[in-house]
Design a protein around this ligand. Structure first.
Ligand code: CA
Length: 224
């Protein structure tokens, strides 16, 4: 699940990014309304967390423009104000949820998950392929009685494969989906994560493997 976070308070943004990433979301953070609008229209996101009080364009304007342009991404509005009028304005503009600051991160997470469930984008708790199960709650790769714990990024890479088995994914595509397209991360970080996942697949004794197609990319397949 990829989340776009538009919040100009750097400390809050960093804390939310860390919290959401710990909970298996990929997050792109931007710090003003104009960037938020550009990212929301250009990127592939499952949901947007949008502050109302922002530089350049405020959250209500961003949301209004998105809806006018047919971008139906689920949006949770955040605001320091919390007055009733803001809430009504937010819902009228097409927000899916509204959370007044200060809030408990666990409440944000619960509401975000509920919002994603309503939009039909929430992932099931487990994904399976052949004899392999990816436990999304625990970040575990399981096969029979054996399991391996995955790091946050390993989990996200594995989730991509489990959602598109037998499809060749290029390293660039994986980098974009998991690390975000504005990243400074080098492509070899993808190779390292794939290498770790291949070792873990062997370690749990699965018949599933990540096949390398030189020059093309990687695909999750069953050994024949
Ligand atoms: Ca703000």
């Amino acid at each position: 699940m990829r989340i776009l976070l538009v919040e100009d308070e750097r400390d809050l943004s960093e804390a939310l990014c860390a919290f959401l990433e710990k909970n298996q979301f990929s997050v792109d953070a931007v710090y003003d309304g104009a960037a938020g609008y550009d990212y929301a229209t250009a990127g592939e996101y499952d949901a947007m967390i949008l502050d109302i009080m922002l530089p350049h364009l405020d959250g209500i304007e961003v949301l209004t423009r998105l809806r006018e342009n047919g971008v139906m991404l689920p949006v949770m509005l955040l605001t320091a104000k919390g007055e009733k009028d803001d809430r009504i304005l937010g819902f009228d503009t097409g927000a899916d949820d509204y959370l007044p600051k200060p809030f408990d991160p666990d409440e944000l997470l619960a509401r975000l998950r509920a919002m994603l469930r309503r939009s039909g984008g929430y992932r099931p708790s487990n994904l399976t392929f052949g004899d392999l199960t990816l436990d999304c709650g625990e970040s575990l790769l399981r096969c029979g009685s054996r399991s391996e714990r995955l790091s946050g990024r390993e989990f996200q890479v594995m989730e991509l494969f489990m959602r598109s088995p037998r499809v060749i994914l290029s390293a660039e595509r994986i980098l974009e989906r998991v690390w975000g397209w504005d990243t400074e991360v080098e492509i070899n970080v993808v190779w390292v994560h794939i290498s770790n996942l291949r070792k873990k697949l062997v370690s749990v004794g699965s018949t599933a493997m990540i096949r390398v197609s030189r020059g093309l990319g990687y695909a999750l397949e069953e050994k024949v």
